[in-house]
Design a protein around this ligand. Structure first.
Ligand code: ASP
Ligand code: MG
Length: 412
C-alpha cells in the first residue's frame, strides 16, 4: 500500500480534543488506502516548559540529560495519538525514536539523522498495522543515548521518514494554512501560494519565515520529497495548503515569489583595518569560533592601505562579536580604529527563481525603496535572492511597498 507521512505540529496536538481531530484526519487517509506514518510534536508550549526546567535545575546542563528531558514531550503525544486511533478502530502503534531506530549523530541538542532503517515498521504494516505514530524531534546516538534534532526538528523527522519510506507525500499540519507571499501580520495583501519551489522555500525558511525547519527543506530538496504545508484547523481538501516541490512542477510563477524579513539584525563596522591578504580570515575566523552567525559582509574601498569592513549578525550576538573582535585586537591579530555598532536594522529580501531569467529585479527593488525614501545600508544577492539591510523602523513599509511593486497579491 502507498505510504503517506502526516506530521502534526504542537498547536495541532495541543489538547486531547485536538489530538482527536488530528486522529480523525489520519483515519480519513487510512480509509483512502494509505498506510500512514504520523509524526507528532509535543503539545504546544511543552518543549519550552521542559527546556525551562532543565535550565532551572542546572544552568550549565549536561546536553545528554537535556535531550533525555526535552525529548519526552513527543513521547506523550505519540502514545495519546495511538490510543485515540485505536479507539477509532484503526490499528495503530506508537514508536519512540530509539525503537525505530532513528539513528543520529551524537551532537546532543542539534543531532542530525544518519539513517532510518525501515524494516521494523514495514514488518508491522505487513502484519496489518495501518498507522505508525512516531515521536518527532528525537533519535538515538551511536552510543545508545537519546538525542534531539534542534528546535522545530519534528519537521525534519517527517521529511526524513518520507524519504526513507519513499512516501507518496509528506503533509505538514500546522496552524497556518500554507506558505504566504509575505508575513500576513505585516502586509494584509499577503497571499497564500499554491506552490513554491524547494529552493525558494529554503531561502524563505532561513530568512525567518518560521513555517518549516530549514533542515527539513534541505532534506526534502535532496530527496525530492513532495512536501505540503496545511492547516489542521480547516476542512480537509485535496487542494488545501501549499505544495513545496521541484521547480519543474511549477508551471507559472511570478518573477518574485515572496518578500521575507528578519527584524533583529545588527550592523557592525570595523573602521580602518589594514587592507592586506588574510585580513578577512583574521576577522571572521574569531567570529566563527565565538559562534557568531555572520550574514552579510561588505568590504569598503581602500584608502592608503586601510579599509572598513562591515558585517551583519543577529542583535543578540553583538556582545559576543564585540568580545571576540576586541580579544583578537588585544592579541595583535587585527588592528582597527573603532568598532561601530548599529542595533536598529532589519533585513528585507525578495526571493524568486524567476530572477534567474529576468534582468532588472534588483534595479526595481532599489527604485521602490528609493521612492519610499528608505536608505539601503548593505546589499547582498544570490541567484534567486536580493537582500537589503535598512533601518528597522522602515521594515514594514519596505515589505508592503515591495509586495505591491512586484504584484505579489495576484497569482501569475
Ligand atoms: N517540540 C519540538 C520543539 O518545540 C520539536 C518540534 O515541535 O518540531 O522545538
Ligand atoms: Mg514547527
Amino acid at each position: 500500500m502507498p505510504i503517506l507521512v502526516m506530521k502534526f505540529g504542537g498547536t495541532s496536538v495541543a489538547t486531547i480534543d485536538r489530538i482527536q481531530r488530528a486522529a480523525k484526519r489520519v483515519s480519513l487517509e487510512v480509509a483512502k488506502g494509505y498506510d500512514v506514518i504520523v509524526i507528532v510534536s509535543a503539545m504546544a508550549g511543552k518543549t519550552n516548559e521542559l527546556v525551562g526546567w532543565v535550565g532551572e535545575t542546572s544552568p550549565l546542563y549536561d546536553a545528554r540529560e537535556y535531550d533525555a528531558v526535552v525529548s519526552s514531550g513527543e513521547n506523550v503525544t505519540a502514545g495519546l495519538m495511538a490510543l485515540r486511533l485505536q479507539e477509532m478502530d484503526v490499528p495503530a502503534r506508537s514508536w519512540q525514536g530509539w525503537q525505530v531506530p532513528v539513528k543520529t549523530t551524537s551532537a546532543h541538542g542539534s543531532a542530525r539523522i544518519e539513517a532510518i532503517p525501515t524494516d521494523n515498521i514495514l514488518k508491522k504494516f505487513a502484519e496489518g498495522m495501518r498507522v505508525a505514530v512516531v515521536a518527532g524531534f528525537q533519535g538515538v546516538s551511536p552510543e545508545g543515548r537519546i538525542t534531539t534534532l534542534g528546535r522545530g526538528g519534528s519537521d525534519t523527522t517527517a521529511v526524513a521518514f518520507a524519504a526513507a519510506f519513499d512516501a507518496e507525500r509528506c503533509d505538514i499540519y500546522t496552524d497556518v494554512d500554507g506558505v504566504y507571499t509575505t508575513d500576513p501580520r505585516l502586509c494584509e495583501k499577503a497571499r497564500k501560494l499554491d506552490r513554491i519551489a524547494f529552493e525558494e522555500m529554503l531561502e524563505l525558511a532561513s530568512l525567518g519565515a518560521k513555517v518549516l525547519q530549514t533542515r527539513s527543506v534541505e532534506l526534502a530538496m535532496r530527496y525530492k520529497v513532495k512536501l505540503r504545508v496545511l492547516s489542521s484547523f480547516e476542512e480537509p481538501s485535496d487542494a488545501a495548503g501549499t505544495l513545496v516541490c521541484d521547480e519543474e512542477d511549477i508551471v507559472e510563477s511570478n518573477v518574485i515569489s515572496g518578500i521575507a524579513h528578519s527584524r533583529d539584525e545588527a550592523k557592525m563596522t570595523l573602521i580602518s583595518v589594514a587592507d592586506r591578504p588574510g585580513i578577512a580570515a583574521a576577522i571572521f575566523g574569531p567570529l566563527a569560533e565565538a559562534g557568531v552567525n555572520v550574514d552579510m559582509i561588505v568590504q569598503n574601498i581602500s584608502e592608503d592601505g586601510r579599509t572598513d569592513m562591515t558585517f551583519s549578525c543577529p542583535t543578540d550576538q553583538v556582545l559576543r562579536a564585540q568580545t571576540a573582535l576586541e580579544a583578537a585586537r588585544d592579541a595583535g591579530h587585527i588592528n582597527f580604529h573603532d568598532l561601530d555598532c548599529d542595533n536598529g536594522v532589519a533585513k528585507v529580501s525578495a526571493v524568486g527563481i524567476g530572477m534567474r531569467s529576468h534582468a532588472g529585479v534588483a534595479a526595481k527593488m532599489f527604485k521602490v525603496l528609493a521612492e519610499e525614501r528608505i536608505n539601503i545600508k548593505v546589499i547582498t544577492t544570490s541567484e534567486i535572492k536580493i537582500s537589503v539591510l535598512i533601518d528597522r523602523k522602515y521594515m514594514e513599509l519596505a515589505v508592503q511597498a515591495l509586495h505591491d511593486a512586484f504584484g505579489l497579491d495576484k497569482a501569475a
